[in-house]
Design a protein around this ligand. Sequence first.
Ligand code: FES
Ligand SMILES: [Fe+2]
Length: 442
Amino acid sequence: MAISAKPSSSTTNVDLKNGVISREIFVDRGVYQDELERIFATSWLFVGHESQVPKPGDYFVSCMGEESVILCRDRQSQLHIFLNSCMHRGMKVCRYDEGNTPVFTCPYHGWSYATDGKLVGVPYFKDAYHEELDKSKWGLVEVAQLENYKGSIWATWDESAPSFFDYIGGFKLYLDLLLDTWDGQEGGTEVFGGVEKWVIPCNWKFPSENFIGDRYHNISHRSVDMVGIGPSGQGRRDMTERNGSRSLDICFPDLGHGTLGFLRSKDAPIAQAYQDSPVISEYFRWCEEERRRRRGEHTRLLGGPGTVFPNMSYLPRQPRSIAVWHPRGSNSTEAWRWYLVDKDAPQEVKDFLRHYYIRYSGPGGLTEQDDMENWNYAQTASSGVIARRRPYNYEMGMGRGDPDFQDNGLKLPGLVSDTTKARAAEQNQRAFYSRWSALMEP
Ligand code: FES
Ligand SMILES: [Fe+2]
């Protein structure tokens, strides 16, 4: 086994040939610091949603890696993302979560920046600086690239990074299941006001690799499954729509993204969920018919949980949401969760979904607590000197993926494993660490 017990820049922590990964990558502080440089300063990261900043002057304070950033819309309605740090002595120029402003005025000495990042106000500019300070050189630091993809806002600090579309590659098809409306139109989602934020005492990779496709951990959610908190009154989610479908694990080892999918048969009937509310049932039935009309064969594909490398995870169906696992040290993660809904959905549908989302997700929800218990205790139990000597096992379903998958003429991009019979696989996790290792252990 090529796994080393002790971390060092010259050793390999990820051994995918043998399906083992050293615990060091979850607990070692040196590895964590390297991740901030090699992963978070170079990758495309999810920052927010355009519906959070609809008007000129609107801003939303987010994070990229450990660093605070401001997503804002300038007076010309252009979107920008700035490092939330004053160019004079580094003070946060914006200490609120969101709002609307003509300028960001630093609370320390009062430098102020316009919403396009330019330094526009310097106290005592005449007297103390003798008008010699070149303001044009001291604007806020802006991201190297920004992309607004169907309302989801992404950015990278790396000028030489590939475009966002090259970064997501063939994964676009699956990400679209989150960002398109349920009736099959391109884009058209909005987020409910407010983002849930909480801290989990675990490494950021635990949630990222869980959401990329951990079908195996169903035992953890046994109690919520039994209670049946789903919108249809069955299980945890809207499971009725998946009955009789093929289960697929889909990943892109070169890119590090992955998701679970469900493929319904050609003649699958339109699902009859949400029986407890005729308005909701009728709406979703209508959406499904519309989607079939617009998308044809692709309507058979239902999305499941997924992760866009490195730390953006999502659920495309109820509770439709985006989570970002902000790194906060080798043993701490700040989780943020945005909830999405179709902008044009009737208010009754939005209210129904908001209640269900809250019931399901976040620190007060019934399901997410189960996961957090696992990650929390796994972190502590992996950190001791004896525990650190043993790698984790990622051998499940090795070598089984199909890079040319198709079902009745429907071709799906990525490496696809049919897990209908097998119940679970770990190819998606291996894809995540394949990308991790390409950046960290080239
Ligand atoms: S730190 Fe912002 S004005 Fe001095
Ligand atoms: Fe879970």
